[in-house]
Design a protein around this ligand. Sequence first.
Ligand SMILES: [Zn+2]
Length: 448
Amino acid sequence: MEWTSCVQRLINHTLEKGLCFQKRLEELGSVSYASDAPITLINLFSDLNSSIHLELIRYNRTFSATQNNQIHEGLFYKIQSLSAFLAELYQLVSPVEFSRTIRNPVSVSLPIESFAKELVPDAFVLVYPNYTCNYSYLDILSEKYLRSQYYSQFFPPKLFKKYPKHFVLLGFPDLLRNNILCHATIGHELGHLIAQHYNICSKVREKISQDDYLDISLEQLETFLEEYVADIISIDLFGPAAFFALAEFGGSMRRFEEPSATHPPLYLRFKNMLSAMKDYNHWQFFVEERSNGVENEIAKKMRCALETWEKAVKTGYEMLESSPSGCVFNILSPALKEARRLVKQKIDKRFQLELPDKMLEYTESLIKNGIPPSGDLNLTKNSCERVQLGVILNAAWLFKVWQFEIKKELRSRPQAIKYARKFEDLSRLTQKAIEQSETIKWYHKERE
Ligand SMILES: [Zn+2]
């Protein structure tokens, strides 16, 4: 094959593509954003694009200096890789565009972005609505991606020096943008970031004996471990809310006993999450005798909901125990136990969910008055105490669990309409509570 004409055409085409991309980045860079994340991403892409441009010019020089068909062939494949990567960058820049549409409730995406930044100061997170109905996570500055060996042939490591260690694109389903309760699932995505940052998976992998997984694909073992660890972290951050959100969202995607290529069956994920809830005392908070003797209607409802789940998960586990996913789960078991310990130790106490003692009474009094939870636990006392994101999400779920019970008694249509409206209100007011808690945070920061 004659490579000469192909190479020349490909160089010209790719250079042109790069110029178009630069124009698009300039357009996106000229508008204002609610956070620093989009501009950081635009700058990164712009640097990558300039690097690609220089690389192409260099290839062009090599190309012109020789007539050797073999060298031209080698160049062709290198340029093709760069061209494919440029196309990928085009895709990766769309979250910037999506993030600033009205479909992205900033009252939720901004607190999540700043929560992530506080959790892992060396990270940027961009939250955006996704058109595939799923939550998604991609760390473009990880060693699996841009910092990988593959890309180091095109980009010098010093290019990344001025950027954070992680840059995460975190998508949420556009369809569920107003269902804030389901967004507790984001705890799982943040779990991937934390696990990666503290190297949790590689540390706990030592707990698995080599002889145990002779018959199992190492790749599946590793991906499932990553998912289970992210789930443990979601429980540490958001407690029962993370569990209920996954049950509701995950359950709408597939059956509880089916694994996917990348994720273990939900039943096994639930089993792992329930163990974490017990280790982290969230379970005892609702289900076992409470030491301070506080017991009310909400605690009873929550206990009932959790115990029902525990029974279902036990049956699910027995069904899956001898399946390939069940075997992987059992092999991973000691590693998951170690992960629960390590997670507790690594994450700053400020971000680990602590259910406040007055939570049950607080939620109860608000429910009785028909008001979903607010961003200030002492709202009635004219104070200014910030509430953790996890506490707000749990109060909202408590409210919802309570409503589930009422639902069974609904008989007339007006009652059903009233009930649906309450749910809408719940999501809207939970957003307000998150917003309010953010305002309180800034209030305290400014007074410091
Ligand atoms: Zn995941």
